[in-house]
Ligand binder design. Sequence first.
Ligand code: HEC
Ligand code: HEC
Length: 294
Amino acid sequence: MSAQNDASFFRMFLFVLGLLVLFTIVIMTAANIVSEGIEEKQGGDKRRQAAIEERIKPVGEVAVAKVGAAAAAPRSGKEVVSAVCGACHATGALNAPKIGSADAWQPRFDANGGLDGLVKSAIAGKGAMPPRGGGNISDEELRNAITYMLEESGIDVGGGSAPGAAATATKAVQAAAAAVQSVAKQAGEAVSQAAGQAMEAVSSMMGKAPAVEDATGLAQAKGCLNCHQVNTKVVGPAYKDVAAKYAGDGGAVARLAAKVRNGGAGVWGQIPMPPNNVTDEEATKLVKWILSLR
Ligand code: HEC
Ligand code: HEC
C-alpha cells in the first residue's frame, strides 16, 4: 500500500513537473512573440539598422570622402556662385549683398577683417543666409566664391586669398607699398612746391618785362586796330601812311606818343582820335612800331 502510494505520488509529481515545464515553455514563447511584436511596432528594426550603421560607419565614411575628393576637384568661384550663391547674391534677395555693389560688400569686407573673416562668416551662416549658403560646399569653394563676388564688385581682395605665410608676406608688401606711396607723396609735394616757386618767378619776370609782348598784339589789345590798319585807311590813317609822313622826323616819336595817349584831330581829316588807355611806355613802343612800318 505504501509502495503503491509512493509510486502514484511520484507519477503525480512527474506529471505536475512536466506541466510546469510545459507551462514555462509556453509562457516564454508567448513572451517572446509579444515582445517582438512590440519591438516591431516601436521601430526595433530601425534601431537595429542604426546600430549596424553605427558599427560600419567609419569604414563607409572614409570610403565616401575619398571617392568624393577624387571625383570632384574644387569648383571655381564662378561655378559655385552660379550654382548656389547667385540665387540670393545676384539679385540681392533677402537683402543679400549684391554682386557688383561695392557699397554692399566693402563694409562687410572691412567688418570681417578681410576675406578670411568673410569665409568664416559664410561657413557659419549669417542672418537669412544659411551656413555655406545652404549648399554642400567646401571651405575652398566658399573662398573661391567669395573672392569671385568681391572681385566682381570691384573690391580689392588683396592678399587675403593667400593663407599663412603668404598673407604675412602680402601684408609686408602692402606696408612697403604704403611707405613708398607716402614718400612719393612727399616728393611730389616738394616737386610741386618747387614748380610753384618757378612759376611765380617766371610770372613775376613776365610782369616786369612787358616788352616781351609783340607790338602787334599790344595794338590789338589796346584797341588801336579797331580804327587802324597797317595798309589801309579805316577810321584813322593807315599806319604805313603815318610812317611815310614822319619818316626822318626826329621828334615824331615823342609827339605822336603824346597824341596817342591824349587823343587829337586835324592832321588826317575831320575825325578825331579819342584818348587811348595806354602808358607812356606803351604809346612810345606802339609809335616806334608804327614808324618802322614801310
Ligand atoms: C538664401 C539666400 C543666400 C544664398 C543662397 C547665399 N547667401 Fe550669402 N548672404 C545672404 C544674405 C541675406 C546675407 C546677409 C546676411 C546678413 O548680414 O544678415 C548674406 C551674406 C553673405 C556674406 C557676408 C557675410 C557677412 O558677415 O557680412 C558672404 C561672405 C556670403 N553671403 C557668401 C555667400 C556665398 C559664398 C554663397 C554661396 C556659397 C552664399 N552667400 C549664398 C543670402 C544668401
Ligand atoms: C576810335 C578810333 C581810333 C582809335 C581806337 C585809335 N586811333 Fe589813332 N587815329 C584815329 C584818327 C581818327 C586819327 C586821325 C587824327 C587826326 O587827323 O589828327 C588817328 C591818328 C593816329 C596817329 C597819327 C597822328 C598824327 O598826328 O599824325 C597815330 C600815330 C595813331 N592814331 C596811333 C594810334 C594808336 C597807337 C592807337 C591805339 C593805342 C590808336 N591810334 C587808336 C582813330 C583812332
